[in-house]
Design a protein around this ligand. Structure first.
Ligand code: SDX
Length: 437
């Protein structure tokens, strides 16, 4: 590394032996520099250890940038607040997938492609009957999305750019149809087919809420709220579920299997399952008077209770998505005539008290994207068990875009972390009759 200036390398020194190694520093467009440790083991004979990857970059990406200290989220350089205010979900899908805002003609072609992939094979309907009606919708989604690879053999060649694009379009187009089918199945209502004359969010609400017995007109305010919710959940850098999708894709698994792995990872209450957990928590709190009791529980290390919808691995400031959703709450609840929703009152009071409490202030625990989303979704009529499914609908484009970016890299390498082994040293096998009882 002699031709680089000092600031382009870090020197690692072994204090016992005095040996030292120069490690290259890579600089991004924004955010902290990174030390490239790919040659560390071959040079110094050591690994690094970073459980939960709190300080480890897994890839280079051009898709999303988060500044956790400033509470900034950008997709391809565009601020999330501007995209939520000015754009629409399908345009954000195009931006995430292709890197630029589309021209009018590009947008029309993309909208046509997505629209004409929204139906699913009729045989897919049969998968549902194998589930109990009270199966969690996320359990159904895990199974159904993975099974799609059984239907689309013509787009499983991951090395063919055109087939990758068709799979991406199919997944973005079909995920709302499948999500609506899981909701209808749990309600015991007939599946509703997509309509090509409706927009993406409008079509989704139509498939979720219309019934054959009467005409269903989607409220433009609710369609707009749904579209905004989808934009705000579309992508978020290398979060747990996206990292799961990338690891699955690194083994050259097909895109449908990769997205199914993302759905399973998103389900956890520490991640996408938090929106359901927030609503259950607010219902458990039940009144403003009980908030102090639950805040004490959240601080108690011996109590597994956590303030759901609060805290974030990256944001040490207010999650910009939560700010937009908090504002969105008012508009939706007013439109639905439930502006005095008691859960919203509790949420507002909980946020106010928590943000003045030392425990949360010192740990920089702010509301995240899940804190307000559940209140809006409940007001829109979604069962609580559907909240994480809606997160998966929105995030599918992020997962697909990150998978596509990985597949376009020059050399795809399988993701295979190492470890620090702390188990038993070598020992001989002991026959059963020689073991202590
Ligand atoms: C999402 O990564 C992403 O980008 C995810 C996401 C996306 O768009 O993909 O943004 C979506 O998953 C949002 C997060 C949804 N999860 C929740 O709301 C669940 C509640 N939050 C926590 O479980 C937690 O904050 C995490 C999981 C979100 C983050 O955990 P970290 O980064 O591992 O932080 P930590 O557990 O090390 O917490 C640091 C301290 C600890 O206390 P100390 O040991 O320092 O005393 O803060 C405490 C924690 O106990 N803490 C909380 C808390 N979150 C952290 N204490 C009470 N309530 C909480 N919610």
């Amino acid at each position: 590394m002699t031709d680089k200036t000092a600031e382009d390398t870090f020197t690692l020194t072994n204090d016992q032996t005095g040996d030292s190694w120069k490690l290259p520093v890579a600089k991004g467009t924004l955010g902290p520099d990174v030390i490239d440790i790919r040659k560390l083991y071959s040079q110094a004979g050591v690994f690094t250890l970073d459980p939960a990857f709190t300080a480890t970059g897994s890839c280079k990406s051009r898709i999303t940038f988060i500044d956790g200290d400033e509470g900034v989220l950008m997709h391809r350089g565009y601020d999330i607040k501007e995209l939520a205010a000015e754009s629409n979900y399908l345009e954000v899908c195009y931006l995430l997938l292709y890197g630029e805002l589309p021209s009018k003609a590009e947008m029309e072609e993309f909208r046509h492609n997505i629209t004409y992939h929204t139906m699913v094979h009729e045989q897919v309907h049969k998968f549902f009957t194998g589930f109990r009606r009270d199966a969690h919708p996320m359990a159904i989604m895990c199974g159904i999305v993975g099974a799609l690879s059984a239907f689309y053999h013509d787009s499983l060649d991951i090395w063919d750019e055109k087939q990758r694009e068709i799979s991406a379009h199919r997944l973005i187009a079909k995920i709302p149809t499948l999500a609506a089918m899981t909701m209808k199945y749990s309600l015991g209502q007939p599946f509703v087919y997509p309509r090509n004359d409706l927009g993406y969010a409008e079509n989704f609400l139509h498939m979720c809420f219309s019934v054959p017995a009467e005409e269903y007109k989607v409220s433009p305010v609710l369609a707009d709220a749904m579209d905004k919710i989808l934009i705000l959940h579309a992508d978020h850098e290398q979060n747990a579920s996206t990292s799961t999708v990338r690891i699955a894709g690194s083994s050259q698994a097909n895109p449908f299997a990769c997205i199914a792995s993302g759905i399973t990872s998103l389900w956890g209450p520490a991640h996408g399952g938090a929106n359901q957990a927030v609503l259950e928590m607010l219902e458990q709190i039940g009144s403003k008077e009980r908030i102090p009791e639950f805040l004490e529980r959240a601080k108690d290390k011996d109590d597994p209770f956590r303030l759901m919808g609060f805290g974030h691995r990256v944001y040490k400031n207010y999650d910009p998505r939560a700010a937009v959703l908090k504002k969105n709450c008012d508009e939706v609840l007013e439109e639905l005539g439930v502006e005095n929703e008691p859960l919203l009152e509790i949420a507002r009071e909980l946020e106010k008290i928590a943000l003045e409490d030392d425990y949360f202030v010192q740990r920089k625990l702010f509301p995240n994207v899940d804190f307000y989303s559940g209140i809006i979704l409940k007001a829109m009529g979604f069962p609580t068990s559907m909240f994480t499914v809606l997160f998966a609908v929105a995030r599918t484009v992020g997962w697909v875009s990150q998978w596509k970016e990985m597949m376009e890299e020059t050399a795809l390498k399988i993701g295979r972390p190492r470890q620090l082994y702390v188990g038993e040293g070598p020992r001989d096998y002991v026959p059963m009759d020689k073991r202590k009882s």
